[in-house]
Design a protein around this ligand. Structure first.
Ligand code: ADP
Length: 660
């Protein structure tokens, strides 16, 4: 075949150009739809391709405007530059077709613009393909994202500390995490598709099916079982306590339920341990309380028996002793005949030792009376200096035997309220000790001053002195300091014990300052007459020990209405101090207080002479009746308390003026 020259490049003298009919044939063989329009936009050429693409034949289109062309296309067709665009072209029959268009002007033989050539190609298939590709890509992207989201969801699921299940409307497990496998001992494969009842103890399964349908009727996010203690069952049949929360999930597969199961074995164990500890503690406490109460009663009984024994023994002993002393004195007077030297010495021993024995017995009797609370004081007001003048002569007589001068430096006008006889006894005890433990020619003096509602009276000597470590012991019964008293063995060791108790029973204190070789000073305090309210009180005084202001006010209100005066203490220390100062007629104690507890306070109050016999009522919100009574309360009243009950109870314990 002869090689063809490209069109339009023929040289003169070569073969003649292709004829129009050949060109037309070529045009018609081309699959491109080629259309030529004249300047007026009428069709001048309509190729086979165009007829095939759009359905109109050349005969139907020649000399007419483009069939079914829209205004938009018209504009495109009236430009003078070549354009490419895509267009949806209506067809004579069937659906419109998507075409790629090229529009360019053509020139006539004179080079003048003749109109437009429109070349079209069907791009429907191509577009469709492209669309499909895009859709595919989009799908792929979506799928990737979905996978990613699922992965994240899975991660979350697996990171949760709890077992998580998703259960479909039939109760079948459709999803679970690894914790679930571990918690229940099943593998994922074993659980998927199984009913969730598999994880519930046998005896609850049937019920659960009903609960499940009830839940699907009213789905909401909530814990399962309300306040019930739930348990779950492992593959091996063992059970464990759980907490379960449910929430509805909507999916394509219908309503599902997400179930979160928490194993609370450890928590329950801890709770149990705490409960057991608490129970044991309570048991121990009440056992201790019982023991305490028992011991208290035993001690009380023993004390009473001891006092009774001592009282009767003292009486039994004193009578024959008086006889011994009396007759030995008679014999010593030799009225019944003369005694020889030896007999006289023997008589002296008998007389001296029986006197000592009598002193001892008297001391013991005093002590036991004080301890049993049976030593009655008869308080009166008197001037300390005056009362001293009454104790001094006998003490001075003792001193004179050792050339010891006893001076009173006490000023007049210090008036105390005390039992005058007991006061003199106290002073005599201190003075006779001073004489006993001061060498010949020493000095003893008495001073007195007022201080903080009390009279402070001191007896100072220039005697042997007492080592610091003995300062407490000397106040104990039968205690005598060996070293200092060597050669001075006259006492009973009871004097200071009795003195201390007597002073304390008056609401005062006694202290010693002393150093060996430097003398001693014993100082005692007694309430000043003006500050002792008990005697002048018209209404009984009740001390309220209570830290909470509201409760203080309430009790004070009740008491006022009941004809009592009140003094309020906010804590135990306050109460200990004030009870000494204002000597109440009864005390109410709250058990729960900051600092020293009510029970400790009770113990202290029961130890102090001035409060140990006072009525003490515990008014408390804590259930501690046994302990309160064991620690010495007379009555336990629990809060909340009505005025009637409170006053009625108190009235039974407090003696009114005139009754006292
Ligand atoms: P006593 O009957 O022995 O005097 P007290 O109870 O009165 O018993 O005293 C106890 C002990 O305290 C005495 O034995 C003595 O050792 C010591 N004591 C008491 N008063 C004095 C004092 N003024 N100087 C030195 N020691 C004293």
């Amino acid at each position: 075949m002869k090689e063809m020259e490209p069109l339009g490049t023929q040289k003169a003298g070569a073969e003649p150009p292709l004829s129009l009919s050949v060109l037309r044939q070529m045009l018609d063989k081309s699959p491109l739809a080629t259309v030529a329009l004249d300047r007026g936009g009428l069709v001048r050429l309509w190729s086979n391709g165009a007829a095939n693409l759009l359905g109109w034949t050349e005969a139907e289109t020649l000399g007419r405007p483009l069939p079914a062309a829209s205004g938009l296309l018209d504009i495109r067709l009236h430009t003078s530059v070549e354009q490419f665009f895509e267009f949806v072209w209506p067809r004579k029959a069937g659906s419109p077709v998507q075409v790629g268009c090229s529009v360019s002007p053509w020139l006539d033989d004179d080079g003048q613009p003749g109109g437009q050539i429109v070349i079209m190609v069907d791009v429907t298939a191509q577009r469709k393909l492209e669309q499909e590709r895009v859709a595919l890509m989009e799908n792929e992207q979506l799928a990737r994202e979905q996978i990613k989201a699922e992965g994240r969801f899975r991660e979350l699921l697996e990171a949760a500390p709890d077992a998580i299940f998703e259960v479909d409307s039939e109760g079948r497990i459709v999803l679970l995490n690894a914790v679930a496998e571990k918690m229940f001992g099943y593998s994922r494969e074993e659980l998927l598709g199984e009913r969730v009842e598999l994880l519930i103890p046998f005896d609850h399964r049937e019920k659960h099916v009903r609960h499940r349908s009830a839940y699907s009727a009213h789905p909401s996010t909530r814990p399962m079982g309300g306040d019930l203690e739930l348990s779950a069952q492992r593959k091996d049949g063992t059970r464990f306590p759980v907490e379960i929360s449910l929430s509805p999930v909507h999916s394509e597969g219908g309503m599902r339920v997400s179930v979160i199961v928490r194993d609370v074995t450890d928590r329950k164990l801890t709770e149990q341990k705490i409960r057991a500890m608490h129970e044991e503690f309570t048991r121990e406490l009440s056992a201790t309380n019982q023991q305490l109460e028992l011991r208290n009663r035993e001690v009380e009984r023993a004390n009473r028996l001891k006092s009774e024994f001592l009282a009767s023994m003292s009486h039994e002993l004193r009578t024959p002793l008086h006889t011994i002393i009396g007759f030995s004195e008679l014999l010593k007077e030799e009225l019944e005949g003369p005694l020889n030297e030896k007999q006289r010495r023997f008589m002296d021993h008998i007389h001296q030792d029986s006197r000592h024995l009598l002193e001892l017995i008297n001391g013991i009797l005093d002590l036991s009376k004080i301890e049993a609370g049976r030593l009655d004081l008869h308080p009166e007001q008197f001037d300390v200096a005056e009362a001293l003048q009454e104790s001094l002569p006998s003490a001075r007589a003792l001193g004179a035997q050792k050339s010891i001068v006893i001076e009173s430096l006490a000023p007049g006008g210090i008036v105390v309220r005390a039992d005058r006889t007991r006061f003199k006894e106290i002073l005599y005890n201190l003075l006779s000790n001073a004489v006993k433990f001061t060498p010949n020619g020493g000095r003893i003096w008495i001073e007195a001053k007022e201080s903080g509602g009390f009279a402070a009276i001191s007896v100072t000597d220039t005697g042997l002195g007492i080592a610091a470590e003995e300062h407490e012991s000397i106040f104990q019964e039968f205690y005598q300091v060996g070293a200092t008293t060597r050669g001075v063995r006259e006492g009973t060791g009871l004097g200071l014990a009795i003195t201390k108790r007597l002073v304390e029973q008056h609401g005062g204190r006694i202290e010693v300052e002393s150093e060996p070789g430097k003398g001693s000073r014993f100082t005692l305090t007694l309430p000043l007459a003006g500050v002792d309210p008990v005697s002048v009180r018209e209404r009984p005084l009740i001390m309220i020990v209570e830290d909470e202001p509201g409760a203080q006010e309430l009790l004070a209100g009740y008491l006022k209405a009941g004809g009592y005066d009140t003094v309020v203490c906010a804590n135990a220390d306050d109460a200990l101090r004030k009870s000494n100062e204002c000597l109440p007629d009864a005390i109410t104690v709250d058990l729960m207080m900051p600092g020293r507890s009510g029970l400790q306070l009770l113990r202290e109050l029961r130890k102090m002479p001035q409060t140990k016999a006072l009525p003490i009522l515990v008014v408390s919100g804590v259930d501690e009746e046994a302990s309160a009574l064991a620690f010495g309360a007379d009555l336990y009243l629990s809060k909340p308390l009505t005025k009637e009950v409170f006053l009625k109870s108190l009235d039974q314990y407090v003696r009114r003026a005139g009754q006292r």
